[in-house]
Design a protein around this ligand. Structure first.
Ligand SMILES: [Cu+2]
Length: 167
């Protein structure tokens, strides 16, 4: 991205005009370049549909685990207060999302027991994480622009899957 500043000759002779010193002009050129670069990255930070968004995303934390008795599973990491019960309700939880909202899926692999890698995918929203090793995490932001019930899943372990309900 190049920015050319053309200073007309008139301006130099016009004593009423605002004169900028060379350093100020260079400063403005740099500021404009930085601002356009920042805008470029903000607009390109959208992950599905190329729709730019500027609102903070709602966070959804999900953890990949392995249980001796039940095998591989996604577990929700609720940020709301309440009892920490590792009951069946928190395994492969249904994620409820408001239509049109900006959502961030934070996936964390806390599977130290099997040592397997895990990933998370939501095909309809073009969400595909890397294969994450133990204690690796990845956050993926998307716009929930379709209503309905969709699956999130780990492509390595078919039993790791749950519903995303957008309404
Ligand atoms: Cu997995």
């Amino acid at each position: 991205m190049l920015h050319f500043v053309i200073v007309p000759k008139k301006q130099k002779t016009d004593s009423k005009g605002i004169k900028f010193s060379k350093n100020v002009v260079i400063g403005i050129v740099i500021a404009v370049a930085v601002a356009s670069l920042a805008a470029y990255f903000v607009i390109n930070s959208s992950s599905n549909g190329g729709v730019p968004f500027f609102t903070p995303a709602k966070n959804n934390f999900i953890v990949a685990k392995y249980y001796q008795d039940s095998g591989y599973a996604f577990v929700s990491k609720s940020t709301t207060s309440g009892k920490k019960s590792p009951g069946a309700s928190s395994v492969n939880p249904a994620i409820h999302i408001t239509l049109g909202s900006v959502e961030a899926i934070h996936m964390i692999n806390e599977d130290s027991d099997s040592g397997s890698k895990h990933n998370i995918n939501i095909d309809e929203f073009n969400v595909h994480s890397r294969d994450l090793g133990y204690f690796e995490s990845q956050a993926i932001t998307f716009v929930a622009d379709k209503a309905g019930t969709f699956n999130y899943y780990c492509s390595i372990h078919p039993e790791m899957k749950g519903s995303i309900i957008v309404e």
